[in-house]
Design a protein around this ligand. Structure first.
Ligand SMILES: N[C@@H](CCC[C@H](N)C(=O)O)C(=O)O
Length: 289
């Protein structure tokens, strides 16, 4: 019997598979089937909850973090990091009784992340530092082409400042970028408009998913790109800077500290739990494993 839960962080939604011993086979075909919104449970991605010691990608982090977030995109691909996912992952650990409010460490493919569950229901994650690789890239939608800033949050982002979020169009397909060689592993693309000083709104097309209603690493990338565009670098001023980021699914607050550490705060919600039908799961587990 394989159980699941469903959760979301600012409407970036996830199928959660609790599997402390790493005993559940999750080939890409099974992940894609579980995340399918019509024929499966539905989600932008999947959070496989495994004890670090039981997973080959995380055993080296087991002394620091008991639990490993084995994150998958909705198409079954693996990504290095998921910011909304790690908040929902921590909320699941609390829901299941493994942790209470306070601090915990979570192993991810992007390293160990430190999470704080507060008593009001918000979750703060120390996301690490952003890298801002040099180089020019442009993103095109329809008749519009914008310069975009590379920001690496453990996973790749291209951030474009636009006049109107509607210019990004329906975002059914990944927005083309140039040079085509810029992102050999694919990229998450953010479109950003200003709302007020240190307050922006964004839409995102996620690698391996499509347009989502929120992206935590994307919001961090946008906050750093907006700060640099605004001439603000906490490493230079010695003061933290906070940007409020409005997404279609809610608001995230992103603070960059003088040492470069980026903290993301937002909600994380568990909405349902149940059991996956064994025959259906066996059929999707064995397709293109
Ligand atoms: N929604 C996530 C990001 C998930 C990974 C991304 N699609 C990628 O492939 O890099 C977030 O909240 O950060």
């Amino acid at each position: 019997m394989t159980s699941f839960l469903k959760g979301h962080g600012t409407e970036n939604d996830f199928v959660i598979i609790p599997d402390p011993a790493n005993a559940v086979a999750l080939p890409p075909s099974a992940v894609a089937a579980l995340c399918d919104r019509r024929a499966g449970i539905g989600g932008d991605g999947l959070l496989h909850v495994v004890r670090s010691a039981a997973h080959p990608d995380a055993a080296h982090m087991a002394a620091e973090a008991e639990w490993f977030m084995d994150y998958r995109n909705g198409d079954g691909s693996i990504a290095e990091m998921c910011g909304n996912g790690v908040r929902v992952f921590a909320r699941y650990l609390q829901h299941a009784g493994y942790v209470t409010t306070g601090d915990l460490a979570v192993a991810t493919r992007g390293g160990v992340k430190h999470v704080h569950l507060d008593k009001e229901g918000l979750v703060t994650v120390s996301m690490g530092r952003a890298a801002l690789p040099a180089g020019e890239v442009t993103v095109t939608v329809g008749d519009h082409t914008w310069p975009a800033r590379h920001v690496d949050m453990g996973n790749p982002h291209a951030v474009a400042f636009v006049d109107d979020l509607a210019q990004a169009g329906p975002l059914y397909d990944p927005p083309p970028f140039a040079p085509a060689s810029a992102y050999p592993q694919g990229v998450n693309v953010e479109f950003v408009v200003d709302r007020a000083p240190r307050h922006v709104a964004m839409r995102v097309h996620e690698r391996g998913v499509g347009e989502t209603r929120s992206c935590g690493t994307g919001a961090c990338a946008v906050a750093v790109a907006a700060a640099r565009r605004d001439g603000v670098d906490p490493a230079v001023t010695g003061s933290p800077v906070t940007y409020e980021i409005d997404l279609p699914g809610g608001r995230l607050s992103i603070t960059e500290r003088p040492d470069g550490q980026i903290e993301m705060t937002g909600p994380a919600v568990i909405v349902a739990e149940g059991v996956i039908d064994a025959d259906w799961f066996a059929s999707v587990e064995t397709v293109n494993p």
